[in-house]
Design a protein around this ligand. Structure first.
Ligand SMILES: [Zn+2]
Length: 292
């Protein structure tokens, strides 16, 4: 059995996977208070609880990975800069481990088992604490020269409000369309939330603050997609990550803004879809990494 690990800014999902099937899974919080190695200990313990002797493991991280399996540039997970993830996890799990950007891994899963089968040129946008992405062109995941290909969360938007991003810059797509962005829109409308679910609940109750937060987040997302479409003209945009569970709440404003602002009609009509693998895209994709 292969272990697929999907690390986000809030939680780490760990699964034993066989192709597209998740046979067992669990999750733990992304608790970095004890340092990165303590978190890796906890992840390994959970993984070995699912599969005592894994054949191989794939590890998706919310950042970049160099040729030696060291990770860097993880704006939402403090303390992991330069950690030798591959070596550390191989020592703990006793099997080969492949480390990759988590959104790139999710894109791999979508390509093989999800909407990529029908739309071989697509963008996967992961919406969570961080906003990540995967660029798939003609059935191939394009990670770019250094793996930064698909860092869609840090493309610059031109918005009236200049909001800071976890990466240190202002105006990144993530600052508007990620969890922090939704919270900011919700609070600006007078709402108070601990997590995205509270905002979705508010919207589903028909409250103005919740509805407006998703409406504005959808418009910001459309601004990002509009620029990306001018470069790539893809067959489909696929959303994954926790916020994609509220797709019905941000899709109408996203579509409306895309139609109004995209360069030409076909670009604004690009299909907007939710990952066919749901919350398991990252884990299934991580499980595919050792054989990718
Ligand atoms: Zn940024």
């Amino acid at each position: 059995m292969t272990i697929g690990i999907d690390m986000g800014g809030t939680g780490v999902k760990i699964a034993s996977v066989e192709g597209p099937r998740v046979l067992g899974s669990c999750s733990i919080p992304t608790d970095v208070s004890g340092g990165p190695l303590a978190l890796l200990d906890a992840i390994a313990e959970a993984a070995l609880g699912l599969e005592a002797k894994p054949r191989a493991a794939g590890f998706g991280v919310p950042g970049e990975v160099d040729d030696e399996g060291r990770c860097y540039r993880l704006p939402n997970v403090p303390g992991f800069e330069g950690v030798a993830m591959q070596a550390e996890m191989e020592a703990r799990l006793g099997c080969p481990v492949k480390v990759e950007n988590e959104a790139t891994a999710a894109g791999l899963a979508e390509l093989h088992y999800g909407h990529g089968r029908e739309h071989p040129t697509f963008l996967l946008i992961t919406l969570g604490t961080g906003v990540g992405g995967s660029v798939v062109i003609d059935g191939k995941v394009r990670r770019g020269r250094h793996g930064f290909g698909g860092e869609l969360g840090h493309i610059a938007l031109h918005r009236e409000e200049s909001w800071s991003c976890a990466c240190g810059q202002h105006g990144c797509l993530e600052a508007y369309a990620g969890t922090r962005g939704l919270m900011r829109y919700f609070e600006a409308g007078g709402g108070r939330a601990k997590e995205v679910r509270d905002i979705a609940d508010s919207a589903r109750r028909g409250e103005r603050a919740g509805l407006a937060a998703f409406e504005q987040m959808g418009e910001a997302l459309a601004d990002g997609i509009r620029s990306l479409q001018c470069v790539l003209d893809v067959d489909a945009i696929v959303f994954s990550g926790g916020i994609s569970a509220a797709f019905d709440l941000f899709e109408p404003s996203c579509r409306r803004a895309l139609r109004a602002r995209a360069y030409g009609p076909p670009l604004g009509e690009v299909p907007l879809l939710v990952s066919a693998l749901g919350e398991q895209a990252g884990q299934v994709g991580a499980g595919l990494l050792p054989s990718a």
